[in-house]
Design a protein around this ligand. Sequence first.
Ligand code: SF4
Ligand code: SF4
Length: 425
Amino acid sequence: MDADRKITQYYLQHTDGWLVSQLEACTRCGICAEACPFYLGTGNAVHTPIRKVEPLRRAVQDNFTAFGWLRSLFDKQSVSATEMSDWVSEAYFTCTVCNRCSLACPMGIDLGALIQLTREGLAAAGMVPRSLADAVRRQKVTGSPLGVTRTLFENRLEWLREEEGVDIPLDVPGADSLVAFTSIELIKFPDNLAAMAKVMNAAGESWTLSSTGRESVNFATFSGDTDEQVEFVRRVTDAALELGVKRIILTECGHAYDTVRRIASRLYGLPLPFAVENVLETIVRFLREGRLHLRSDAFAGQRITFHDACKLQRLGGLIEQPREILRTVAPSTFVEMTPNREAQWCCGGGGGVLASPEADEIRMKAFLPKVEQLERISPDAVVTACSTCRLQFLDGSKYYDMDIDVRGITEVVAAALETDTPKGA
Ligand code: SF4
Ligand code: SF4
């Protein structure tokens, strides 16, 4: 079957009243365009959000409307190769599925959900861009999209234990918390692992890592491969069940928090015997329970700001937790970017865009709204709770020659730990 027919078939299988009404409700007002960093960064109308769901819109229109029926009488041409490559490019390279456009749409159209469904149809037809498809394959085979095998993982932990002198427990049955990292942290930000271990140990938490459920990252979320997406979540939840933990703690990753929470809850058909928590919630819990003591002068003299990650703050609602943490370590020098919280500008790196070299040029353009936000407040450091955002800020600040420190929030907390506090006191 041709790719375009496979795509259409997928969309038709997933068409319901909700989808038709969402597509029908669009008035072509263009308001969503102004909300999109890819449109704003390029000024090119080709990148307006509603255009990214074109294959979906076309399938529904052709099969469920009188206009489509009429058109089919005269126009039986299949999709051209140019059109197909345009669909792939728009869905994967010019969208982070940040949902800022959904928030802006006066008709309440959930563009993020429609774009994700568009990707799923492209994936079902084998149209996922090579870089993403390779990463999904690697995750399937090795357990990690960046190729962090079990041996590499264990070696890295051993190295960190020696280098940092921290206790990092692995595969401990009966621990209270299972911590699952992301490949980016394992490869690019190993200091985050050490920082997390220091925070957990300082709070006196009973915790462990798992060699089988070691990564929460899920590249199938980016590609739209729905079966693999479930399989990758199951690796983490199976490990949690096997170890008998009370909670899974997900570290600095936006899409992992969104994907694990969304999928884990319906995996076994039963209420889960564990909770799913993000590291921001964990740190705030420790602070409120008096188990962590942080220095308020850790950022003395440094103006710091926080970048809200789309999946953690706009979609996940973890809005006040990072602010509570940063006001503790930098009570007088924490400054907000504007807009912030759920209205913040996406950094332009998430949703698999950063993992696609084809998108490198436009990814930097999509960072422009962020550059303008930062320039308005001139901070010394920007803190994020998502490793993809952190990488994008590192790339973006280098590209635009900005002198700014980019840090993960767990590292910030670890650096501010009171050294003479008794464990978990
Ligand atoms: S803002 Fe909503 S109604 Fe307006 S063009 Fe975008 S999707 Fe359509
Ligand atoms: S989800 Fe974000 S990146 Fe994608 S079209 Fe909407 S505003 Fe643009």
